[in-house]
Design a protein around this ligand. Structure first.
Ligand code: AP5
Ligand code: MG
Length: 220
């Protein structure tokens, strides 16, 4: 199964992707995480991406498409992928469809979450991410037990450099202009499922699992 998580910055794509991976065993592919990993490694790709990310702009299509297509050729993606933050333009969506068709695969569902702009800004302002394991917390909605420390691995929490109010506003504007057309695009393809992203985290996961037609597994 291959699934796209579609929604504005701060909607909960990364949070839900991690929960869906636990439930489904699919592989999480986040274009934003791939860029941040490249930056940590000090690669040219990472430096190039940072120059766009820090302005809240999209990295050019040819760069993103090349990177994600390479990633999905890795063996762990054969089982199926949860795409988070990709595609973000119609050209990216078309490139993904062509690549998947070449391997006799398709996008089975596009889970679209919507959330009001002021809530998105508050979620972004309060987000803290673990430097070590990438777990996502929120000082307002989902705080770690110990301030600044990851509950899961004990790593240090940090705030993303593109999570300033000014950049977050720009990211939202860019989403409305360049990514929202994907909603109608996938509605037209017949695989769009709408989930109410304003609900609490567990309810959103439940809605997604229902939309995928999978029963929620009992926690171990
Ligand atoms: P990317 O890393 O993809 O960021 P984004 O799309 O802006 O989305 P976010 O990661 O900010 O939000 P999210 O939806 O994952 O929310 P989260 O789960 O963290 O992209 C960053 C940049 O990289 C882009 O701006 C661009 O420059 C570049 N880029 C990436 N992909 C690209 C592409 N395809 N093309 C071109 N450029 C690309 O949740 C947010 C917070 O809310 C967290 O604190 C969380 O705990 C909390 N939260 C989550 N769900 C709930 C809930 N239900 N209730 C309360 N709080 C919640
Ligand atoms: Mg994210």
């Amino acid at each position: 199964m291959n699934v796209i998580l579609l929604g504005p910055p701060g909607a909960g794509k990364g949070t839900q992707a991690k929960l869906l991976v636990e439930q489904t065993g699919l592989t999480h592919v986040s274009s934003g995480d791939l860029f941040r990993a490249a930056l940590r490694e000090g690669t040219e790709l990472g430096m190039l991406a940072k120059s766009y990310m820090d302005r809240g702009a999209l990295v050019p299509d040819e760069v993103v498409i090349g990177m994600v297509m390479e990633r999905i050729k890795q063996p762990d993606c054969a089982i199926g992928v949860i795409f988070d933050g990709f595609p973000r333009t119609i050209d990216q969506a078309k490139a993904l469809k062509i690549e998947m068709a070449q391997h006799e695969k398709a996008i089975d569902a596009v889970l679209y979450m919507d959330v009001a702009r002021e809530v998105l800004l508050r979620r972004i302002a309060g987000r803290q991410t673990c430097k070590v394991c990438g777990a996502i917390f929120n000082i307002y909605y989902f705080p770690s037990y110990k301030a600044g420390i990851c509950d899961i691995c004990g790593g240090k929490l940090y705030q993303r450099s593109d999570d300033t109010m000014e950049t977050a506003q720009r990211r939202l504007d860019v989403y409305f202009e360049q990514t929202m057309p994907l909603i109608e695009h996938y509605r037209g393809e017949g695989n769009l499922r709408e989930i109410d992203g304003r609900q609490d985290i567990g309810q959103v996961t439940e809605g997604m699992m229902q939309a995928l037609g999978i029963d929620i597994a009992e926690s171990p």
